[in-house]
Ligand binder design. Structure first.
Ligand code: ATP
Ligand code: MG
Length: 411
């Protein structure tokens, strides 16, 4: 029923080793769901009744991670597999120190070990709760996940209202899985997204940065963005408001579309580039009137814009520098004087800045002149580049003459 040739050999070997040591072990979660829906599984999770310390003892190359959710990472040279002990989830008799919730119902700690049935019960959606044993080539399905895969529908395990209170990120996960799999979202889940989405404001910015990357750097960014907007959730991941203007919305969509295209064409992607584009409308709003950018305000506003976004999704420092570079280069691409363009094409961020310029022009529904100039400029040799810069100088002088009313006949 499952084509296990698509699974990581290393992950399967970990399952076998655990079983040889008399533990139960299964591949679980996204890899099974993806394999059954015709998507190539990319990351492999294992669930077992072995405790973290026991797993650690069996595998030399492993380490226990996490406090709130203890897990073991088992690794070889090229892969890292997450091995998690079955968790009990909600149990009336449990030790309160092992399962802690905050005032809004959010789970803060969950280290009560349990059985496979209990482990299954605390997972988010039925399609994510399928356990596969490679030795017997058999899937265990306690919540109708297989049926829901056939029906192409995303259904919550348990009442989604309560499940989203426990962990509001499940609302984002619902959106992400429905787009990725092409599944409908069950009505009860939809209602819970509307009712509990606001709780995302209480989720840590580090976790939301992870979700930001998963949702927008997975090849379905544009669709996810539109779906998030329809649920009024994009504001928990992006600080700029797409409703500011047509340009803002166009720019955000074009940037997301571009990211999807790059992933399809197996080109490199970085959250830095996408954030530079998504936050550009806010920056421009802060420092320009309709006609032009106020350069001083532009430089003064950059950190504030990054801070607003950082409050939502922690932006790692290296990306902050990257984003500012791309922004500042937008101004530099405008001035094409003397030796400057020669230097600029050698800048390590030139390519990214140029790509972003093209996206801005696309979003402005403008005829690309500056972008075209740079496209041609890059493909010229040194002396041709000189000619291009000079031609621009002459044109500029002629325009200045016109502006001030000079005409060669009058001199
Ligand atoms: P993908 O790897 O494509 O993002 P995934 O389903 O594998 O999808 P992971 O975040 O890798 O997602 O989690 C592995 C499994 O752990 C899930 O399939 C689900 O069963 C469970 N899980 C993960 N996050 C949650 C959560 N927030 N609430 C409940 N269960 C979760
Ligand atoms: Mg996964």
């Amino acid at each position: 029923m499952i084509d296990s040739s698509k699974f990581s050999k290393f992950a399967i070997s970990i399952v076998h080793t655990l079983q040889e040591n008399n533990f139960e072990a299964y591949l679980v979660g996204g890899c099974i769901r993806d394999a059954l829906t015709g998507i190539n599984p990319k990351d492999f999770d294992i669930a077992t009744n072995a405790k973290p310390e026991e797993i650690r003892r069996i595998f030399k190359a492993s380490r226990i991670i996490g406090k709130r959710f203890k897990l073991v990472h088992v690794f070889n040279r090229s892969e890292l597999i997450e091995v998690a002990t079955f968790r009990a989830g909600k149990l009336k008799s449990q030790n309160p120190n092992n399962f802690v919730k905050d005032d809004s119902g959010k789970i803060l700690r969950d280290n009560t070990w349990g059985t496979i049935q209990q482990d299954c019960h605390r997972r988010d959606f039925t399609v994510n709760a399928l356990y596969y044993c490679p030795s017997r080539n058999k899937v265990q399905d306690f919540h109708g996940g297989l049926k829901h895969i056939n029906k192409k529908i995303l259904v919550s395990i348990g009442d989604p209202q309560g499940r989203f209170e426990e962990d509001p990120v499940r609302a984002l996960r619902a959106v992400r899985f429905s787009t990725k799999l092409g599944f409908k979202i069950d009505n009860k889940v939809k209602d819970a997204i509307y009712d509990k989405g606001h709780l995302l404001s209480g989720v840590s910015n580090a976790r939301l940065f992870d979700e930001f990357c998963k949702i927008f750097l997975n090849g379905h960014a544009e669709k996810n963005f539109k779906k998030l907007n329809s649920f009024n959730l994009s504001k928990y991941l992006i600080s700029s408001n797409p409703g500011l203007s047509d340009f803002s919305m166009n720019l955000m969509i074009e940037a997301l579309r571009n990211t999807d295209k790059r992933i399809k064409n197996k080109k490199s992607i970085t959250p830095g580039f996408l954030l530079a584009a998504l936050l550009w409308p806010s920056l421009i709003e802060k420092c320009s009137n309709k006609e032009e950018i106020n350069i001083r305000k532009f430089f003064r506003s950059m950190d504030g814009i990054l801070k607003e976004q950082h409050r939502l999704t922690a932006i790692p420092r290296k990306f902050q520098t990257y984003i500012k570079d791309i922004w500042v280069l937008q101004l530099k691409l405008e001035s094409r004087i003397g030796k400057y363009p020669h230097k600029l094409v050698k800048h390590s961020r030139f390519r990214a800045a140029y790509d972003f310029l093209l996206i801005r022009e696309l979003a402005a529904r403008e005829k690309s002149t500056l972008g075209k100039w740079w496209t041609k400029f890059q493909n010229k040799n040194h002396s041709e580049r000189e000619i291009a810069i000079n031609a621009l100088k002459v044109k500029r002088e002629q325009e200045a003459d016109k502006k001030f009313g000079f005409s060669s006949e009058l001199i």
